[in-house]
Design a protein around this ligand. Structure first.
Ligand SMILES: [Zn+2]
Length: 365
């Protein structure tokens, strides 16, 4: 990489407005905040030194872990546990959104499965959700130009009834900033999008948007089924589409945006190396598949903050400056947060009518 290119990279990265559309709450909490939450709640951790804790939960390009193994060893037992309960979930949402804004992110859609934060149903789900909303609203108040929304994730390993409760809660809190539903979690042979067609249609009619995790790993690559049965506006990851030409054609035709998360894919070995990443993204560019750049797990993968993801793609000459700008535009354009953004727009969303309208209603005979 020559000096000219590095200078251009710095220039691009200093000015590019960023939108984060794919980040999971549990893996978006700064380790120092997690450490603080653990001590707030008196949780006994295996590590007594902060740095040992940070290293134990963090992946990097040199410390990779298979996706299933990471779910089993770290994600569920540590990250989900430390972001469970009303105090933890509120602190986690608040600090994550504030931290995102301070790092240059102007719009953030944060996703999670509320049922993984209620201590195995020991806690009331509505309390968990309200705590999350409270954390988000406090962040919006402190950083008034931030746009923020929540996405609730259904889980491939949950049965239909449990997933239906999550959709019900998403509809219930839609007016309070829950903008969409998603399907996440490890692959399961029991899960089929066709079983969810009706439920997703109900969600859509209630005003929720739809994204689904698919095509990250071979075991959970069911993008054709997702398109047919639940018609998502976006797909989380979707990188396996690069190996299916008719699918790319269909994604481009429908303008379905892929939420690509480069460093997460490298750290969990969903993508083998930078060469495969280059192949995938260049194939999407050539086939006009819309995609944007996201983090997935920005705080548990070293060097995986959103700006650093853009920097990596530029410095490795995977995407050009103009293509990265296009990714940023695509992300803002594909956001599920109503246009306008910021605190005032968020409050307007919740205001059913102006004061004049309400007075006129009162005066009506
Ligand atoms: Zn994800």
């Amino acid at each position: 990489m020559n000096d000219q290119a590095v200078a251009t990279s710095d220039d691009v990265l200093a000015t590019l407005p960023l939108a984060e559309l794919h980040a999971h709450l549990g893996a978006s909490i700064n380790p120092a905040v997690l450490w603080q939450i653990a001590h707030d709640m008196g949780v006994k951790l295996p590590q007594t030194e902060y740095e040992d804790f940070r290293q134990a939960i963090t992946l990097s390009v040199t410390r990779k872990m298979d996706l299933e193994e990471y779910f089993r060893q770290i994600y569920h037992p540590v990250l989900d546990r430390l972001s469970s309960g009303t105090h933890a979930v509120e602190q986690a949402t608040y600090h994550t959104m504030c931290g995102a804004y301070r790092s240059g992110i102007r719009l953030i859609e944060l996703r999670n499965n509320p049922m993984k934060h209620n201590q195995e149903a020991a806690l009331d789900l509505d309390h968990i959700i309200m705590a999350m909303i409270h954390g988000m609203e406090r962040a919006l108040l402190e950083y008034r130009r931030l746009s923020a929304g929540l996405i609730f994730c259904l889980d491939r390993t949950f049965d239909f009834n449990r997933n239906a409760i999550i959709v019900d809660k998403a509809i219930k809190y839609h007016e309070r900033g829950v903008v969409a539903i998603d399907v996440a979690g490890p692959a399961s042979s029991e899960f089929h999008f066709k079983d969810y067609a009706k439920l997703f249609e109900i969600a859509r009619r209630a005003g929720l948007h739809i994204t689904v995790h698919s095509g990250e790993v071979a075991a959970a690559t069911d993008m054709w089924e997702a398109l047919e049965h639940v018609q998502p506006a976006r797909i989380g990851h979707g990188i396996r589409a690069a190996y299916d030409k008719p699918l790319m054609k269909e994604l481009a035709r429908r303008r379905v945006v892929l939420e690509v998360c480069p460093l997460s894919n490298l750290a969990t070995q969903a993508v083998e190396n930078l060469d495969e990443l280059r192949f995938i993204l260049r194939t999407f560019v050539e086939n006009k598949v819309p995609f944007c750049i996201n983090t997935d797990w920005p705080e548990v993968i070293e060097g995986a903050h959103l700006r650093e993801e853009y920097r990596l793609l530029f410095e490795q000459e995977i995407l050009t400056e103009e293509e990265l700008r296009a990714c940023s535009r695509t992300a803002f354009g594909a956001s599920f947060i109503p246009t306008g953004g910021g605190l005032e727009a968020y409050l307007r969303r919740r205001r059913p009518a102006s004061a004049e309208d309400l007075l006129a209603q009162l005066e009506r005979p």
